[in-house]
Design a protein around this ligand. Structure first.
Ligand SMILES: [Mn+2]
Length: 310
């Protein structure tokens, strides 16, 4: 390594089990490949920490881990809405000046280090809108998830810049996707989030957990990022007038995960899986041709079982 990573600013993603590990390796690979000066540290749950072989695989990958305690809302009527609430943990990591949360089903196509220095008002987060077009007509999504109400409908088709969020905006314009989030940790911000998680009346019916909570707590306090920082793969079709392949910095494989199948459709959306598999092949080569027998064993035991082999 000919440089030291900036110790005060990191990329982070959450893993709760082995299932997304192939994704996380490809994410890390693409961060390195696009020359980031910042390090990815993976948040792992206590369950992951107890999986010795899995933890060996992180070490073999050269990816530091941060163990996070369980985070879940207080029970309401005896029921707990279980979900990815540990994605809120970084707000409490005040040893860092800035953390950029990424999802392990994302890949980085262009250097994104500008996210580490991008201007962010105190008390704000930055994220891209949620796409509420619901092109697949997922039945349990809200009835007002139709293209006319989507936040990306207000984006500038030429520049890709998001439209302003105002009180006149349709209510979906206040929704964000938490696959990419820029945040500045602070005890007060963390406490406010945890308090909202434990007390806000909407929490029991939240389908997207941290994402839904962030949209409420940070309403009018989040800076919309261009779609290029969190390009949701279906948008290549439902926002084809906005999407430019060459502008995409972060591609987000929401819904069907590329690692679940080596075959995929040749349509506008699923054909994006080829990119993931191309980068995966590079990671595979590094591990399977490694002189380190332990690394080759870990590949077989930890990665191969969670990535489609045909
Ligand atoms: Mn995701």
């Amino acid at each position: 390594m000919d440089f030291e990573y900036n110790p005060t600013k990191i990329w982070s993603t959450l893993l709760t089990n082995r299932g997304y590990f192939g994704g996380a390796l490809v994410l890390n690979h693409t961060l390195r490949k696009t020359g980031s000066r910042y390090q990815l540290k993976i948040m792992v749950t206590r369950e992951v920490e107890a999986d010795t072989e899995f933890m060996e695989a992180f070490a073999a990958a050269g990816i530091p881990t941060i163990v996070v305690d369980k985070i879940e809302p207080a029970p309401r009527d005896g029921k707990v809405n279980k979900g990815t609430w540990e994605k809120l943990a970084p707000w409490g990591m005040t040893e860092y000046e800035r953390i950029v949360l990424l999802d392990s089903d994302q890949i980085i196509l262009q250097n994104i280090d500008d996210m580490m220095t991008m201007d962010l008002p105190s008390g704000f987060i930055a994220a891209a809108h949620a796409c509420t077009c619901n092109p697949r007509k997922v039945a349990h999504y809200s009835k007002d998830w139709i293209p006319e109400n989507c936040g990306f409908a207000a984006a500038d088709k030429e520049t890709g810049e998001p439209g302003p969020i105002t009180e006149q905006s349709p209510k979906n314009h206040h929704l964000l996707n938490s696959g990419t989030v820029i945040l500045q940790p602070s005890k007060a911000a963390y406490d406010a989030l945890i308090d909202a998680m434990n007390t806000h009346p909407d929490v029991p019916k939240m389908m997207f957990f941290d994402q839904d909570l962030l949209a409420i707590v940070y309403r009018n306090k989040w800076k919309p990022l261009p779609y290029t920082y969190n390009a949701l793969k279906p948008m290549r079709s439902c926002h084809s007038d906005l999407w430019k392949d060459n502008d995409v910095k972060i591609l987000h494989y929401i819904l069907a995960k590329p690692w679940k199948s080596r075959t995929y459709g040749d349509d506008v959306i699923e054909s994006t899986h080829k990119l993931w598999w191309d980068y995966y092949a590079e990671v595979e080569e590094q591990w399977t041709k490694s002189p380190d027998a332990d690394k080759r064993r870990l590949w077989e035991n930890v990665v191969v079982p969670v990535v489609a082999q045909e």
